[in-house]
Design a protein around this ligand. Structure first.
Ligand SMILES: Cc1ncc(COP(=O)(O)O)c(C=O)c1O
Length: 372
């Protein structure tokens, strides 16, 4: 029986409707000042981003994909240079390396769905120049191990932190371990704007200067042209939206962790499922739960049942790892990633999901397995 309850995976209209007064104030303020490109809202946001993550520099960019590419361009990636990535990531991690002139090398995942650190080490060859770990679903990779490998082998590390603002490993923020990192502020991200947006952070002044120039037509902050560049600026209006949303960011993270905790408690007894690590399970990790991704037996039937009962779910990225898209020309087999994509399913987790919604989703899942 359908109770009539609807739990959409993510309700984009509520980003505006639930914050209408604040959003209208932002628009009015920016509009009245005519402050659309590179104005004080952007500077304020960049300062906040640097302060929040504990990094020296932050630059607002058009989106996280551009941010990653600009980082690789800034470190001078060349044809033939290989960068190790997880195949369990968005295509952007790989395409940023391609468009910067290098070659992404996807590797398999570990038990936690993140890049398998042991495989990283054994995949290094004389062409390897870097590692680009993805802090997937709001969980930071084991950066202690990754940075040790990088230091030992002299590799650059550009963190794909698109999903991980606020996430920490051993108390240190995602994005601050390697040479630079890129965040996404796509609307459904934990910190979302009302459009596209991204941010690069780094402690290296040379990377900061280069990314700054590249993202604004080759100009330095004083407007002096130093090189060729392009336009990938974070829109000032989006920066103002982000400043507003940043004020309640810690509450948003707290709420996502609460929801994850309910899912973990309610679903833990189901042996048909593999759950992500819970929020209080591991002292080393502070996860922001960009996504709550389970692995499920009979995944497609479960998804259909949830849909029939009004619950929206997502199978991320078309249900394939980066290396599984024939058009991209990879030939490797990565069994753990492939198995993961056969079973993975994302459940609703965001500010618009109530406790009752979460219990409803869990009950629906429990009933499904009881009846199969
Ligand atoms: C892991 C990961 N990397 C990169 C990106 C690209 O971010 P953007 O859409 O801001 O370019 C995303 C966006 O979903 C992502 O999830």
């Amino acid at each position: 029986m359908n109770t009539g309850r609807k739990v959409p995976f993510f309700d984009y209209s509520r980003l505006y409707l639930d914050n209408k007064a604040e959003m209208q104030e932002v628009l009015e303020d920016v509009g009245k000042r005519g402050a659309y490109i590179m104005q004080r809202d952007l500077v304020e946001f960049e300062n906040k981003l640097a302060e929040y993550t504990g990094s020296k520099f932050a630059i607002g960019v058009g989106n996280a994909t551009d941010g990653l590419e600009l980082c690789w361009l800034a470190i001078g990636l060349k044809k033939g240079d290989e960068v190790i990535i997880s195949s369990h990531t968005m295509l952007a991690t790989a395409s940023a390396i391609i468009t910067a002139g290098g070659t992404p090398v996807p590797v398999d995942i570990g038990e936690d769905g993140l890049i398998d650190v042991d495989v990283v080490e054994s995949s290094i060859n004389s062409n390897t120049v870097g590692i680009s770990p993805t802090h997937l679903n709001g969980r930071t990779c084991n950066m202690e191990k990754i940075m040790k490998i990088a230091h030992d082998k002299g590799l650059v590390v550009i963190e794909d932190a698109a999903q991980a603002l606020g996430s920490k490993f051993k108390g240190k923020s995602a994005g601050t371990f390697g040479d630079a990192a890129s965040f996404s502020f796509y609307p459904a991200k934990v910190l979302g704007s009302l459009g596209d947006g991204g941010g690069v952070i780094t402690n290296r002044s040379d990377i900061y200067e280069k990314v700054f120039q590249l993202h604004d037509h080759g100009r330095d902050p004083q407007g002096e042209v130093k090189s060729w560049g392009r336009n990938s600026r974070l829109d000032n209006l989006q920066a103002a939206v982000l400043n507003s949303n940043f004020q309640k960011y810690n509450l948003v993270i707290k709420r996502r962790r609460e929801i994850a905790n309910i899912y973990n408690i309610e679903l833990q007894q189901l042996e048909e499922l593999t759950l992500p690590p819970g929020p209080v399970e591991d002292d080393n990790s502070f996860d922001v739960y960009q996504n709550y991704e389970i692995q499920a037996n009979n995944r497609d039937q479960l998804r259909q049942e949830l849909s029939d009962k009004g619950v929206g779910t997502i199978i991320q990225w078309g249900g394939k790892g980066v290396h599984q898209w024939p058009a991209l020309g990879f030939s490797m087999k990565l069994p753990k990633t492939e198995r993961f994509f056969e079973r993975c399913l994302m459940l609703p987790i965001n500010m618009f999901v109530s406790d009752e919604d979460v219990y409803y989703v869990c009950d629906t899942i429990k009933k499904f397995y009881r009846s199969t």
